[in-house]
Design a protein around this ligand. Sequence first.
Ligand code: SAH
Ligand code: SF4
Ligand code: F3S
Length: 439
Amino acid sequence: MSKEESKKLFIQTLGCQMNDTDSQHIIAELEKYKDYKTTDNMEDADLIIINTCSVREKPVQKLFSEIGQFNAKKKDGAKIGVCGCTASHLGKDIIKRAPYVDFVVGARNISKIKDIIDVKGAVEISIENDDSTYEFARSETSMYKTSVNISIGCDKECTYCIVPATRGDEISIPPEMIVQQIQKDVDKGAVEVMLLGQNVNSYGRRFSDKRAKTTFTKLLQEISKIEGLRRIRFTSPHPLHMDDEFIEEFSSNPKISKCIHMPLQSGSTSILKAMKRGYTKEWFLNRAEKIRRLVPNVRITTDIIVGFPGETQEDFEDTMDVIEKVKFDQIFNFKYSPRPNTAALALKDQEIDDEIAGARLIKVIDLHKEHLVEHMNSHIGKTVEILVENLKSDGEVCGFTDNWCQVFVKGSDELLGKFVKVKINDASRTALKGEVISE
Ligand code: SAH
Ligand code: SF4
Ligand code: F3S
């Protein structure tokens, strides 16, 4: 088939960065083996894939409304596939509810995508380990950055979370495979890597073969040896595994980006216990304080759930207290959403009134806004270094600092891929503005 005759793939991605990477893998596999090319126009596509998230109820509802619309507007004969976490948890029920769906592929099965697209009615949702899960063709969206999975699945049992049920047991990918992959990407021009896993800092406890255990800290040290690699980012780490060794590596290794995600979830020790998070309010504060002390320019981001079953006003005040003390640089906040296959469903009789949860969410957002203004304004007048990544309209480019602040500057495509020093002269809640002072 000539290039002109390539089939067209439209892919929509919901959810987290693991899903983004999975979508990149799907694209690369279908380009390589099935001669698909991506399109932004769903109505022109021969294959429509929606890569789903099921962490809260909303994205699941979105899935069904969207595939209905896709089906109504799609080209004659075009196929529709549902992949990702909702595929894993609803399986064949998706086809029952939406019979026009051609196939369903779970989050842990997407390495089979190239064969499944041709099997009408296929449902592949096993969460058993299969090493091919992490062997894919690769396609990257940026020349300067790459993302690499370091583990798949999750061994935690956070009582609100569906992820262990959709992505299965945690298996670490062998360090030499990770290092090799990053080296290949660096050889092609990448200077920054994002290490991905549901729980990156419990890395090294279980491999699919019988090799000895290792740690995330050791993995970071190995990856840092790659010449030409300038920045290492990772997400998500778990506060429970932020031991001293890890914090010291984080603070002293110049290649590690000084932005860390510390998903708090709740500031109340009793709610943390009901969530089975494994740490207390004091432990979290102690870790955050140590990180802020050792890494003066660190940015700390977090996830917070309000309205977990049984959350009293006092519990909520504990969450507000931690926010006040840590002054997070970014908060992803959520209202508790009951999920199938989770232990918290047993607490149904203690669920919080939606209005109360909504009011708590607004309080979190408001307090955070105060901190955000403070943090962002504190950059004004200072000089930062950014990696220029994107060309914006009207003569602007944008990039990110080492501690992951977005910065806009005047400039052209000549700056793309360069590290430049920028003097900051303006700040909003989400980004900084400045001018390049040296390349
Ligand atoms: N493995 C990662 C991310 C998991 S999902 C981690 O542990 O940090 C991303 C976030 O979604 C979680 O941190 C949590 O804040 C939120 N989340 C997960 N399940 C949820 C639920 N049932 N209701 C509301 N928010 C939820
Ligand atoms: Fe879910 Fe907890 Fe695992 Fe994160 S660590 S994916 S919140 S079970
Ligand atoms: Fe969503 Fe699955 Fe990621 S549930 S958050 S897409 S792991």
